[in-house]
Structures are given as C-alpha cells and as structure tokens.
Design a protein around this ligand. Structure first.
Ligand SMILES: *Cc1c(COP(=O)(O)O)cnc(C)c1O
Length: 378
C-alpha cells in the first residue's frame, strides 16, 4: 500500500547526518530542527503560524481547545472520515453532529451542513478526504452566515491547492480559522514516527495554542490554562525538513500514478474513478488540487468485497477507507441521527476500495494492479 524506502534512499545522507548531530547534542525536545521546520512549513504554506505537536489527533484536539468552545456546543463534521476527527470532539465533551458527504468528492456536503445547523452549532470541521479539499467556498459562506469556526482536518491533503471561485489559490489548511495535520509515516508528508501540526493566521489563537501544547504554560511554571503535553521531537523534525522540499515532487508523482490508474479504468463498466473538482477536472499537470493521499475507486456492481479478496490472493494490497459510517459506530451512535439522512455514506462504505498509492510505484506494478482489477470486474 505504501513504500517508504525509496524516499529514504534519496534523503539518507541528510537524515543520517541530522540524526547524528541531534544524538551528539542531545537536543531531543524543542531543538533547533523543530524551530527550523516550523519556519520552513510556514513559508511553504504561506501561513503566519505553524504549531508543531505530537500527532494529528492531538493537533485536532488542541485546535479545538484553543477556541472559545464549551461542553454541549455542537460541532458539525463528516460521517465518512477517520474516527480521529469525531473522537476529539467527543473527548472535549463537545457534541459531534455527523452529516452526509458528496458522492463525487467524498467530502462533507454543504447542503447537509446547513440542514444540521442549530442555535448550539459553533464550528464546522471539513476533512479534506483522500487529498482533495472540501467545498471551502460554500463552507466559508455558511460559517460567515451563522458565525461559526472552520477547523480544517488537513491530515490527508498537505500540499493540495484550493482555488476559490474568485480565482484566488490557497494551500489546504490555511483557508479556515485553524487547521490540523498529521505527519504519520504514510501521510503525504510523513515522519519516521508520529508527528502533527496546527496552522493558523490568527496571532492571538497561535499564542493560546503554543501554551496549550506545553501544559498551558506561557511563562515557566505559570499554568494559565489547562494544557496537554504534545511535542514534535527533533528527530522527526529532521526527517520532515529533509522531505518538505520534495513534497511537491512527491505529490506530482502521486498525481501521475492516479492519471495512469484513471486511464486504465476509463470506460470499464462498474468502476468509477475519482472525480477531481475546483477547476481541476481530469487531474491537470500544473496544479495541485488533488494530492491523492488515497486513490479510491467505487465498485458499483456489488463485488467490492470479492475484489478485496481477489487482490489479496494476487499479492496486491488494498484498503477500504472507511467500512462503517461513523453514525453507526458504537462510540458515536446518537438518537439525533436518522439512517435515511446518510444515503451517500451508507452507499460509499459498500463501494469504495483504495489501491496502492505512493511515490515509488512503477509502470509495471501499475499495469499488474489495473489488469488484475479489470479482469476480475469485467
Ligand atoms: C491520519 C488522520 C488523522 C490523525 O492523525 P494521527 O497523526 O494518526 O493522529 C486525523 N484525521 C484524518 C482524516 C486522518 O487521516
């Protein structure tokens, strides 16, 4: 599914030499590598503040802790996402409100968001699923109309561009009030262990967040708010510094692979290939509107599970992201939900399959994968 060794080979000298310096200076926590990575990522994203932390789930939680939210406030997010998004809402005793997604992009549906807004709604958490931004123009308009925060879950879309209706382009993660990302090894910008970061252009929120990640301390041993301990360690920062200059290249390689997959599956009955939007129909060469964290097909003849088994038997890894809608997960069931309000998610969980997607796939592997899929489905 993922092959990280090829990337390591290319950055080996730099990573090994940074590791050796860190080991010799013992600057394991908050060392100069962390600070430099923070600045370099701020530059790359064109955002005022990057706050590194321990992982993407913490990043989401800390972003929410920094906003003016209280128990019982309702936070709207997608039914079709990784559980981390909704987990942190529940942990903070906020009320998650799950809504359906759009069938083309798998991203949260602005119409469903508007239907779910109540007097208690305080924030929307769009997840840029599989590497493509949610419909941010519509989400920002709703946030403005109802006075809501927008917290982007950008764990899967680092480096993606979003083109607003006005033509203005922004990087995913700097569009809302605050965003969270993950540097889990298999993400598009992956460390060699856990890592995460929060992004914001709001100076005062950034100050609050920097204290929260460090036990609520703004001055040594003065604890002004309840915080957490969530740090990016120096070794991970060194890996991320080596990879950040290559991120656009990595994402271009993923798009290239996606284009080859699309071409092979074109006009094959019962297979629907990913749909790119935001002025990027057809995966163009020049823009980064989809960074393909996952390459996800819809299998529309009811044979998805059989295909998973078939690929397994032929030594081809694949994944089903995600097999169960969050509104049906034991931890998140709630009387407020009516199963009929989630027609898209309920169908997607039965149709989606993600194929191997990383920067090291060659044409021979791609053909083997596509041939195996096509022979089975036809
Ligand atoms: C990976 C992921 C997270 C969590 O990141 P971790 O670093 O694993 O904690 C959150 N949201 C989404 C959508 C993710 O894909």
């Amino acid at each position: 599914m993922v092959d990280l060794n090829g990337q390591y080979e290319a950055i080996k000298d730099q990573v090994n030499s940074s590791f050796s310096t860190i080991l010799q200076t013992s600057a394991f926590i908050n060392g100069p590598e962390v600070h430099s990575f923070q600045k370099e990522l701020e530059n790359y994203l064109d955002v005022k503040h990057v706050i590194p932390c321990a992982n993407g789930t913490d990043a989401l939680q800390i972003a929410m802790m920094g906003l003016d939210l209280k128990p019982g406030d309702e936070i709207i997010t997608a039914d079709f996402t990784f559980a981390a998004t909704v987990e942190v809402i529940a942990l903070l005793q906020l009320t998650p409100v799950l809504v359906d997604v759009h069938p083309d992009t798998f991203n949260i549906d602005p119409k469903a968001i508007e239907r779910a807004i109540t007097a208690k709604t305080k924030a929307i958490v769009p997840v840029h699923l599989f590497g493509q931004c949610a419909n941010m123009d519509a989400i920002l308009a709703l946030a403005e109309k109802y006075n809501l925060y927008v917290i982007e879950d950008n764990a899967q879309a680092i480096g993606a561009n979003y083109t607003h209706a006005t033509g203005k382009k922004q990087k995913a993660g700097v569009i809302g009030h605050v965003a969270a990302t993950s540097f889990f090894p298999s993400k598009n910008l992956g460390a060699y262990g856990d890592g995460g970061a929060i992004f914001t252009n709001d100076d005062s929120l950034a100050h609050t967040l920097r204290g929260i990640v460090n036990h609520g301390m703004y001055e040594r041993y003065h604890h002004d708010v309840v915080g957490v301990n969530s740090r990016l360690d120096s070794l991970q920062a060194a890996v991320l510094r080596a990879k950040l200059p290559l991120l656009n290249e990595y994402n271009a390689k993923r798009r290239d692979t996606a284009r080859k997959y699309n071409l092979a599956f074109k006009n094959i009955a019962h297979i629907e290939t990913p749909i790119t939007v935001n002025g990027c129909e057809g995966i163009c060469d020049t823009c980064d509107c989809h960074v393909f964290h996952q390459y996800t097909l819809k299998i529309t003849n009811g044979k998805r599970d059989a295909l998973v088994k078939h690929l397994g038997e032929h030594g081809i890894p694949c994944g089903v992201y995600y097999p169960i809608p969050l509104h049906k997960q034991k931890a998140y069931v709630d009387d407020r939900y009516n199963d009929a309000d989630f027609p898209v998610t309920n169908e997607l969980v039965q149709q989606v399959i993600s194929l191997p997607m990383h920067t090291e796939l060659d044409d021979e592997q791609i053909s083997f994968i596509t041939d195996t899929v096509i022979t089975f489905i036809q």
